[in-house]
Design a protein around this ligand. Sequence first.
Ligand SMILES: [Zn+2]
Length: 124
Amino acid sequence: MKYYHEQTITHTCGHKHTYSLSYNFTKRAVELHRLWGQKCPECQRQAYIKSLAVKTESSKAGLPELQGTQKQVSWAIQIRLQQFRALSRQHSSDVLIPLISKHPDAKFWIDNRNQNAQDLFQRL
Ligand SMILES: [Zn+2]
């Protein structure tokens, strides 16, 4: 009987990566299912580095922590930072931070992700 424990997987990002997987069929099926639903290790690493940079820039700017699920927060914090950068060209932080701080819910930023900066400013 031949056992395959090396397997190349195409991840959700489109990159391929080869793994050494369990000999046990059930364990291997569980591992495969988990891996197929993920980005490759390098893209995960890049995403993690980017998320740290966004968190650092947000807290340095004085933006408050967001509330919501982990997934909502990691998406919303990027949207909010982009909007903050765009609005900062026309408004000072003294104006923006109190307005932005009124919306600590991640959902607000996700729901308004397609607003241009000026329309969003009206909603703050
Ligand atoms: Zn990748």
